[in-house]
Write a protein that binds this ligand. Structure first.
Ligand SMILES: [Zn+2]
Length: 213
């Protein structure tokens, strides 16, 4: 049997909650299987509660991740580079907090360095730290931008999120192909229309580099 260690839950999200046991989580899944109309004791479903509990650890690993710590290490040898740094098309996998259904899409993160830069993989990890929680897209977008602004203190931050919400595509109004776009612009991206235009053209310029997959 696999022993799964509970993730370290950040204090601000755990102040009034106690972590249920693995057994309690599996029992909850068994009840949902019955609620769906099936028999949790049949062969194909016997290990499903344990699998779902493990999957939840992955879907919600962000609760145990500190986004501020991810951005702690920066580099100052930039030879004065002060133009836009854009990380485009970061895969987004999140979960809607209203239906616990997947939100799948992509995120573009940009900032205007002020004396220091951060490793680009760290920007993607900040996206995951917030995405791997129960979310709404508006809050996710703001959290990513605000954290980068607060920790890196660049001259501006821009976050654009484009995503499909399965609570809308596979249930409810059933509108596949619909994507929701949200953005949060801070600093120069908010105040300077030319900077914002430059960013949006960089995001939309798909033919530019030839380096995309
Ligand atoms: Zn939803």
């Amino acid at each position: 049997m696999n022993i799964v260690t509970p993730p370290a839950v950040l204090p601000e999200t755990a102040s009034t909650m106690s972590q249920p046991s693995q057994e309690q989580a599996e029992e909850a899944v068994r009840i949902l299987l019955q609620w769906a109309g099936d028999d949790p004791d049949r062969e194909g479903l016997r290990d499903t509660p344990a699998r779902v509990a493990r999957a939840y650890r992955e879907f919600f690993v962000g609760y145990g991740t500190d986004p501020v710590a991810i951005l702690a290490r920066t580099f100052e040898e930039t030879d004065g580079y002060d133009e836009i740094v854009l990380l485009r098309d970061i895969r987004l996998e999140s979960t809607c907090e209203h239906h616990m259904a997947p939100i799948i899409g992509r995120v573009h993160v940009a900032y205007l360095p002020h004396h220091r830069v951060v490793g680009i993989s760290k920007l993607a990890r900040v996206v995951d730290a917030y995405a791997k929680r129960l979310q709404i897209q508006e809050k996710l977008t703001a959290q990513i931008a605000n954290t980068i602004q607060d920790v890196l203190e660049p001259r501006g931050v821009a976050v654009v999120v484009e995503a499909a919400h399965q609570c809308m595509t596979t249930r409810g109004v059933h509108k596949p192909g619909v994507t929701m776009v949200t953005s949060r612009m801070l600093g120069a991206f908010r105040d300077n229309p030319a900077t914002r235009r430059e960013l949006l053209s960089m995001i939309n310029n798909r033919s530019g580099t030839g380096y995309t997959e």
